[in-house]
Design a protein around this ligand. Sequence first.
Ligand code: SF4
Ligand code: SF4
Length: 105
Amino acid sequence: MFTYVNSFDKSWVMLMANVEGKTVVVKENYLVTGRAGDVVEIDVDTFLCKGCGICVEMCPRKVFEWSSELSEKGVHYPVPAHAEKCVKCKLCELLCPDFAISVRW
Ligand code: SF4
Ligand code: SF4
């Protein structure tokens, strides 16, 4: 599973994964490009989403909540219920294994 470390001022994050018992750095010094509250569009393609939860767990601002209804695939999918908290880091878009999220501004 992935873990991330935020710098104190939240200007970067280090993203790490546990691979066969070893911690490896996946991405570091990833610049957080926006401020919470800026206009942002977060789209989740409910046809592509398989409900794995990576985006829900990894979003540093806890933007997503689970849908109450099921998608065409029969899974609950993430809803950007707190989009105003998004800081445009794009971690959700980068980590989604099914390319189901796009973050634009
Ligand atoms: S870009 Fe995605 S992961 Fe980053 S804060 Fe916004 S919703 Fe969360
Ligand atoms: S990471 Fe992608 S596939 Fe997994 S729940 Fe989020 S949108 Fe769906």
